[in-house]
Design a protein around this ligand. Structure first.
Ligand SMILES: [Fe+2]
Length: 262
């Protein structure tokens, strides 16, 4: 039986053009799985509605949160860490696999949904995180929609520890999935280098090698490119915003076939 593990990210379904593309996402074979690597939408009901549609079509759907799912508004009932817990609870209830669930196995390869967040450590040497954020010419909305509601640096440190414990407990080949890249190199393509501050943590740098990854899937940058680091591919599977353009040499197939079974 042929089956494919597909990977997508940054669906941003509040754009009607993107919603139409997501509506057209469907398996090619019975038994196809789908990774959704964060940034489905900002509102929890939109995230749940979108994933419910995908769960109905794909055999298995695996999700990790992006920064947009974690965006808070003062008027929301759940913010900060409780917002993440609510997302996990509602997505589990419709059958989605989250970073809080046992890692699923596709064709002998363990698929590891991770949520390592970011901690401003992708910054120039000799500068504190605070200084780097204050000096940044371009700042992500995270500073108004996440940072006031939760200590991101502390949360990221806890997530890194939790994820490492779980990764170390599994032997055999893996596919690592995280919204933010696990290594800094993909952020070098950013047109505004300051944005790297909100793009990951140096604490995950050796994970792909250390934990026997066949490849690492990420999104966030909206630059659908492949970056080889220490012989392992880190692939940005973003759909991104409708108005974004990318040179053809960077573009990967979308949805990205992360693994194909014969
Ligand atoms: Fe995004």
């Amino acid at each position: 039986m042929t089956a494919t593990l597909w990977a997508v990210s940054d669906l941003h379904v509040t754009f009607p053009e993107n919603q139409a593309i997501v509506d057209g996402l469907s398996p090619r074979h019975h038994g196809d799985w789908l990774i959704v690597a964060g940034d489905v939408a900002e509102r929890i009901p939109d995230v749940v509605r979108t994933l419910r549609g995908l769960v109905a079509r794909f055999d298995t759907v695996i999700w990790v949160p992006g920064n947009h799912e974690l965006f808070n508004r003062r008027t929301d009932r759940f913010n900060g860490r409780s917002r993440y817990r609510v997302l996990v609870g509602q997505l589990r209830a419709i059958g989605v696999i989250t970073p809080e669930d046992p890692f699923p196995v596709f064709g002998g390869v363990t698929v590891c949904p991770l949520f390592a967040l970011y901690d401003y450590s992708f910054r120039p040497p000799g500068v504190s995180a605070r200084q780097a954020v204050d000096r940044a010419v371009v700042k992500l909305d995270d500073e108004i929609a996440i940072a006031p509601y939760v200590d991101v640096v502390q949360w990221s440190a806890e997530r890194v520890e939790y994820s490492e414990r779980r990764l170390a407990a599994v032997t055999g080949p893996k596919i690592l999935v995280n919204h933010w890249p696990l290594v800094v190199e993909p952020t070098r393509r950013l047109r505004a280098p300051d944005i790297a501050l909100w793009c990951g943590t140096t604490a995950t740098r050796d994970w792909a090698v250390k934990y026997n990854a066949l490849l690492a899937i990420h999104g966030h940058l909206h630059i659908p490119a492949e970056t080889r680091v220490d012989g392992i591919s880190h692939i940005d599977v973003s759909l991104g915003y409708p108005f974004e353009q990318h040179p053809p040499h960077l573009r990967r197939p979308w949805p990205f076939p992360a693994l194909e079974l014969p």
